[in-house]
Design a protein around this ligand. Sequence first.
Ligand code: KFV
Length: 145
Amino acid sequence: MNDFPPLPGVRIELDHIGIATPDLENSVQQLSGLFPSPPTPPEEVSDQHVRLQFIDVGGPRLELLQPTQEESAVGKYLSKKGPGIHHLSFRVEGASIDTWFNHLQENGVKLIGDGPTQGSEGGRIFFVHPKSAGGLLIEFQQSDD
Ligand code: KFV
């Protein structure tokens, strides 16, 4: 059980739901027809080997992710589990994402990587391993603005 003290001032909000797809264009076309706002333009995040687009669905957005390499996190997930919900992404406010990363790590949460890396829309991200998060892949993210 993670029963460590909270970090003073930090606020966490659900920002988006990551969806794995083998065909970004097709998934965006299908899903964006269900919602009134247009999707964001395609973006590539090379660190994570994905191309992605966001769809505004009211509240947290959908982030459609297509792998650019089979042997990537999303590529492996698709071949094992198929298309669908891949992760939940939470915005960190009231503390820097580096402070939040260090706080979780110092309190024994199993994090992926050595610190935050480049994410979508110019933000920085890191992931909590599903083994430390009830079987969910949790992303934390922060933008400069
Ligand atoms: N959700 C829940 N469980 C997952 C999972 C997922 N998305 N992916 C893998 N697992 C489980 C999997 O079922 C298995 O459990 C274990 O993790 C190891 O999986 O009980 P089990 O069977 O042991 P493997 O062996 O398939 O994969 P592995 O090579 O170990 O990698 C798993 C993991 C979580 C370490 C890897 O997927 C990872 O590093 N993920 C973080 C990076 C990532 O997912 N990037 C893509 C999104 S980039 C993004 O969203 C961006 C750019 N953005 O800005 O938002």
